[in-house]
Design a binder for this molecule. Structure first.
Ligand code: ADP
Length: 304
């Protein structure tokens, strides 16, 4: 079975459901509170594992009880945790999330131990990268270590998929090692300077990512509309699945996890996108990050 390594952030999400977002200076009692495992790297690893991939995670937790709980959660999902470091004196990364009645969210993040995932730790876990068939990365850990990881992957013939989230400017040194990039509309605009307001603009942004950085495949995720695919000189919209959304947290993460899982199984790009979108659609019908990620069986049932 092909191997996936996900390198990235591990957070615990403190989620408060509120009727509306508190205004500055206002104190508001929430309707519901939950702590839910999150972090883009962890979400993508869990998505891929639940959806059928063989997954190893490279990341950092704090030396606190919640970090250990997160690690046990990965193990319960069948993820290889041998490249997860516990960082002395650091807290496990966390996010404070408000979800309002409309299902919109408002998020503040404290990186904590994720900030300790530097080049030295990446080098120490190089085997997990070099032995993988595909490396999946995002932007919630230090950029310098992402460059190191992508370089190691490239030299070893490991395919590199970058989900450039959350949006930030990136050096060419990272982008030139990327085979497949999966920005949402905001992230595509951040990288190209082109506002992805319609299909024509999506096509231009994708072309810019191919031309400027030599990226082979561009997939711009467009929320409930689906994704814009640009590959092998052709571009088109691939529609998503229609569901009734209650919380879109981790939609992109679930799409990425599902998409790479199907690619590693040897499915066509179209089928892999369909699989990723089905899983992501199911995830938006449920609350939270890892709590919302569906199983392979549920996903296949939606596609059938
Ligand atoms: P991100 O969460 O990174 O901003 P998107 O919002 O673009 O990413 O969502 C990623 C994918 O999740 C979409 O391409 C789509 O397949 C699926 N998705 C997101 N929102 C919905 C929705 N409301 N209904 C159905 N599918 C959705």
């Amino acid at each position: 079975m092909a191997k996936l390594t996900v390198l990235g952030s591990i957070n615990v999400d403190h989620l408060l459901q509120v009727a509306q977002f508190p205004r500055p200076g206002q104190t508001l009692e929430a309707e519901n509170y939950q702590t839910i495992p999150g972090g883009k790297g962890a979400n993508q690893a869990v998505a891929a594992a639940r959806l059928g991939a063989r997954v190893a995670m490279v990341g950092c937790i704090g030396d606190d009880p919640i970090g250990q709980t997160m690690k046990q959660g990965f193990e319960a999902d069948g993820i290889d945790t041998s490249a997860i470091d516990s960082v002395p004196g650091e807290a496990t990364g966390l996010a404070m999330i408000y979800v309002n009645a409309q299902g919109e969210n408002n998020i503040g993040i404290w990186p904590g131990a994720n900030g300790a995932l530097g080049s030295d730790r990446v080098a120490a876990h190089r085997q997990a990268i070099e032995q993988a068939d595909l490396l999946l990365i995002q932007l919630e850990t230090p950029t310098e270590s992402l460059i190191e990881a992508a370089k190691l992957a490239k030299a070893a013939g490991t395919r590199v998929v970058l989900n450039p989230a959350p949006a930030k400017a990136l050096p060419d040194a990272l982008l030139r090692h990327v085979d497949i990039i999966t920005p949402n509309e905001t992230e595509a605009e951040q990288l190209t300077g082109i506002a992805v307001a319609n299909d024509e603009a999506a096509a231009k942004a994708a072309e810019c990512l191919h031309q400027k950085f030599g990226i082979e495949m561009v997939i711009i995720t467009l929320g409930k509309r689906g994704v814009w695919l640009s590959h092998l000189g052709a571009q088109r919209l691939v529609p998503g699945f229609r569901v009734s959304a209650i919380d879109t947290t981790a939609a992109g993460d679930t799409f990425n996890g599902g998409f790479v899982t199907a690619l590693l199984e040897g499915q066509s790009v179209d089928d892999a996108i369909r699989f990723g979108q089905a899983a992501a659609a199911l995830s938006v019908t449920r609350l939270g990050a890892q709590s919302s990620i569906p199983t392979r069986e549920e996903t296949l049932a939606l596609i059938a």
